[in-house]
Design a protein around this ligand. Structure first.
Ligand SMILES: Cc1cc2nc3c(=O)[nH]c(=O)nc-3n(C[C@H](O)[C@H](O)[C@H](O)COP(=O)(O)OP(=O)(O)OC[C@H]3O[C@@H](n4cnc5c(N)ncnc54)[C@H](O)[C@@H]3O)c2cc1C
Length: 461
């Protein structure tokens, strides 16, 4: 019987455990043991259900284009729960000069499919609109100028559309997902489809328009009706109970002729394989004594996130513009990075007549709020929201979550570093590194990656 240790019970570790359990049910000679330091599984995926409100403390959805979370949900019998965002009323605003300005319709991240929609937009200056229009005519130049090497998101977006587009939508969109600084983020790691578009078409606008003409539109985000936490609950239910060790922080791992040893406060166990699915900082510390060369490869900057959800009983007392929410460009006076109008983005998130908004803080503001208590953090969030949306009624439900160093930054050269890391990992038989520090931060990426690694670990055996 092959024994596989999984360190960390976030979505990555759970997906690995789920896949191993599935293979064991199909007859594979494998036993998994999942070590989770805390007393809750799911890691950053957490849904709070209170007073009829469904409040996501971490991810609220996955990107529809990536099929792996949906496939997992369907396999877990959650097909009826799969729910698209309300894209008929999709609109995102950007806070500019203390006012919410709508992003033009038909944007794919910062790339417009519909240049005419740009004309009516008050978000961009005449200069930025012109830069957009010029990009199509510069296709051949842009294609020729595409660098062989990786570059920063700032350089890439700036080359296509100039500084204003980068500042107003590029930076807030990407900082919200990957944390940190667009001048350091790797375009190849975080905007790979756009890099491919540049290689093929030169102009990103031409590429997005060509795609829009051939593909049928689908909602951008997909989630589960009862919340993302249900995905976690169902995976847990599908994993053999005796495989899961709660409040079992892994304190050391070692590797030798006898395989892998995993130590917790309760003792040491031997395994044939180790799936390291704890956050990259933890992975670095645990693996340092095993392989001195791996540790520096796991050094990554990461930014923190603070999420505050407010559920209001009476939506009429807090009028919101139509749409999914707003972004705040870095460098503004506000601490807030983004806000989601949750009951407008998704159905079934509030009791009848209710309203749910979710404030998101990142970067330096999140670091500062890390040190505040829940009441103080909620008060800051209320103040920030009131400055933008007008006076807020008293919330019926408030949820505050802090996620320290939860958004690892994929800096320029990330893919090369991952290649070198993979080569090193191959040398330690049975080791796989899972989680959001390596090959994608989104829930679908993590699910795909973890399940593939679990299948490999059984195959290798
Ligand atoms: C605020 C926020 C919003 C997000 N929104 C979205 C979104 O809308 N869509 C999307 O696709 N993605 C989103 N993401 C990204 C996504 O949620 C994360 O990348 C993902 O949940 C990370 O999962 P993980 O399993 O890699 O790590 P984690 O969730 O961090 O899990 C790691 C686990 O390891 C445990 N652990 C730590 N140390 C040890 C140890 N020594 N021994 C044993 N266990 C240990 C921890 O307790 C934890 O349970 C968001 C992220 C954040 C922070």
């Amino acid at each position: 019987m092959k024994r596989v240790a999984i360190v960390g019970g976030g979505v990555a570790g759970l997906a690995a455990a789920y896949e191993l359990a599935r293979l064991a049910r199909d007859g594979a000679e494998v036993q998994g043991v999942l070590f989770e330091a805390s007393t809750r599984l799911g890691g950053i995926v957490e849904t709070v259900r209170e007073g009829g409100f469904v409040i996501e403390c971490g991810p609220d959805a996955w990107v529809t284009e990536k099929p792996w979370a949906r496939e997992l949900a369907e396999e877990l019998g959650l097909g009826d729960e799969v729910m698209a965002s309300n894209d008929a009323t999709r609109k995102t605003y950007v806070l500019v000069d203390k006012k919410l300005q709508a992003m033009p319709d038909g944007m794919r991240m910062m790339v417009p499919a519909d240049l005419e929609a740009l004309d009516g937009s008050e978000l961009f200056s005449a200069g930025a609109k012109q830069a957009y229009r010029d990009e199509v005519g510069l296709a051949a130049d842009l294609k020729n100028a595409a660098p062989e090497e990786d570059e920063s998101v700032a350089d890439f977006v700036g080359r296509h559309f100039g500084g204003e587009v980068l500042e107003k939508i590029g930076a807030p969109l990407l900082s919200g997902i990957f944390g940190g600084d667009v001048a350091r983020l790797s375009v190849r790691a975080v905007m790979a489809p756009f890099v491919a578009m540049e290689r093929e078409h030169g102009s990103l606008i031409a590429a997005v328009q060509a795609r829009a003409a051939t593909s049928k539109p689908s909602a951008v985000f997909t989630t589960l009706r009862s919340g993302m936490g249900t995905l976690v609950d169902r995976m847990i239910a599908a994993v053999t109970e005796s495989w899961i060790r709660m409040a079992a922080e892994v304190r050391f791992v070692s590797y030798g002729e006898e395989g892998w040893l995993v130590g917790t406060a309760r003792g040491v166990e031997r395994f044939d394989a180790l799936m390291m699915a704890a956050p990259v900082d933890v992975a670095r510390l645990l693996l340092k004594p095993v392989d001195a060369e791996i540790a520096p490869m796991l050094e990554m900057d990461a930014s923190s996130a603070v999420v505050v959800g407010f559920g209001f009983a009476d939506a009429a007392r807090l009028a919101l513009p139509q749409g999914f929410g707003f972004l705040v460009p870095p460098g503004s006076d506000n601490l807030l990075m983004a806000c989601t109008f949750v009951d407008q983005k998704f159905d079934d998130r509030v009791p009848p007549g209710g309203r749910l908004v979710r404030a998101f803080f990142g970067g330096k503001a999140a670091e500062r709020l890390m040190r505040c208590g829940n009441d103080e953090t909620a008060a800051v969030a209320r103040l920030e929201l009131a400055q933008i949306l007008g006076p807020l009624p008293e919330p019926q439900v408030t949820v505050v979550r802090r996620w320290p160093r939860s958004l690892p930054q994929y800096e320029v050269g990330h893919l090369e570093r991952m290649k070198a890391l993979d080569e090193r990992v191959q040398k330690l038989e049975g080791l796989s590194l899972l989680g959001n520090g390596y090959r994608g931060v989104g829930v679908p990426d993590l699910v795909r990656d973890a399940r593939a690694a679990a299948r490999n670990s059984v195959r290798r055996g």
